[in-house]
Write a protein that binds this ligand. Structure first.
Ligand SMILES: *Cc1c(COP(=O)(O)O)cnc(C)c1O
Length: 394
């Protein structure tokens, strides 16, 4: 059977792999030899499931949004990752990886963060597990996302402002990789999305796959069938999308629609539509689609949503796009803002700006009245209130 899951060499079609400096080769190899054994062990599963239930608050509800459904002429269910502890899906992954790090005997946790959401999720589980935590964050982002910096510090993490490059996520990631190279034996690097060298994309997808496992059960209960006609999610690096589609990826009855950040428009020069604008290249240890200029220099992405402006994309998603398994739509800043206000007024749910891009995709798809659509609301909008107020609509 044709599969869109990772192959034994860590590739999704022509994308993926592990392109790391010599000094990290052994670390990545250790991780590769360990992660499946741990993730599939009974003791890990038990501890992971219990924390997801009692600490994160899972299962997250699958909510039939009646007024939104009426607006788009189909049946729309929202998968409510916004209701998780710390306000987004990212905690599913950080809990899983810290449990793995402990089982590998690591003492020190490092992470990169852009908007600060992954940094907060990592600092949270480090507090919970009493582990040392260092978070690399571009200096520009430290200034833009001050509330998250304060949260990380209150949680006991050390936030290191990165002053190289444009001082944003890509630079923070480079710095985290540099740290890992200096402390390969005692340090575990928690990557926040389905990016980086194999086995990270597969590991993060597996840890987030609880989202689609729940969708399956909840749909069967509420709709009498275990699969939707459409799955919709936003993509930054791709982890909430990967979790949403994981158990449906090889089921061709299910159409997959992914929303990336169009910024001011994909031809405007200010965009983060990596899949549509990217060319094949290597970024942060994986071969994927990368926003780059003619010389292969990485181009700075732009989006109103700090969680979506990464110049790469998970190899899973690059493969879904090139094989046409998924439809990728660019949703621009103004469309995402309008969709956020629409959801708020129709359903009383203020979504994260990232999730608003998934909602913005609804207007671009022709649904039939009988279509069952599941859309993942990856996070809540508290962190985006300043942006929403600035762009307030009548
Ligand atoms: C980080 C973030 C994203 C983007 O990351 P993915 O790995 O693509 O899921 C999307 N939504 C929210 C709420 C986030 O915090």
């Amino acid at each position: 059977m044709k599969t869109y899951q990772v192959d034994e060499n860590g590739y999704y079609g022509e994308f993926g792999g592990a392109y790391v400096p010599e000094i990290l080769h052994q670390c990545v190899e250790d991780l590769r030899n360990t992660y499946l054994k741990v993730l599939e062990s009974a003791s890990f599963k038990e501890e992971f499931d219990q924390l997801l239930r009692d600490y994160v608050g899972r299962p997250s509800p699958l909510y039939l949004a009646k007024r939104l459904s009426k607006r788009y002429g189909c049946k729309i269910y929202l998968k409510r990752e916004d209701l998780n502890h710390t306000g987004a899906h990212k905690i599913n992954n950080t809990i899983g990886q810290i449990l793995l790090a402990r089982r590998m005997g690591k003492k020190r946790i490092i992470a990169e963060t852009g908007a600060g959401q992954h940094g907060v999720a990592t600092a949270t589980v480090c507090a919970l597990m009493d582990m040392e935590c260092v978070v690399y964050m571009g200096k520009t982002d430290v200034e833009r996302q001050h509330a998250n910096v304060q949260k990380m510090e209150m949680l006991g993490a050390t936030v290191v402002p990165v002053t190289s490059g444009n001082m944003t996520l890509k630079d923070a990631t480079n710095e985290a990789i540099r740290d890992w190279c200096c402390h390969p034996s005692d340090t575990y690097y928690i990557i926040g999305s389905t990016v980086g060298p194999h086995p990270y994309p597969d590991m993060v997808a597996r840890l987030q796959s609880v989202i689609s496992a729940e969708i399956k059960r909840q749909l069967l209960e509420q709709e009498g069938r275990d699969h939707p006609d459409y799955l919709i999610a936003c993509v930054g690096g791709g982890s909430n999308a990967a979790g949403t589609i994981y158990h449906f990826i090889d089921d061709e009855r299910v159409k997959i629609v992914l929303a990336e950040a169009g910024g001011l428009g994909i031809t405007s020069g200010k965009s983060a539509a990596t899949i549509q604008l990217g060319k094949k290249g290597i970024i942060h240890g994986a071969r994927t689609l990368v926003m780059q200029n003619e010389d292969g220099q990485i181009e700075e992405p732009y989006s109103i949503s700090a969680g979506l402006d990464y110049p790469g994309i998970g190899p899973i998603h690059a493969n879904l796009y090139t094989t046409r398994r998924a439809r990728i739509l660019a949703v621009n800043d103004d469309e995402a803002l309008a969709a956020a206000f629409e959801l708020t007024r129709l359903e009383g749910i203020i979504p994260a700006l990232e999730s608003a891009h998934a909602l913005g995709a609804l207007a671009k798809v022709d649904f039939k009245p009988e279509d069952v659509v599941v859309l993942t609301v990856s996070g809540r909008g508290d962190k985006d209130m300043d942006t929403y107020i600035k762009h307030k609509m009548a």
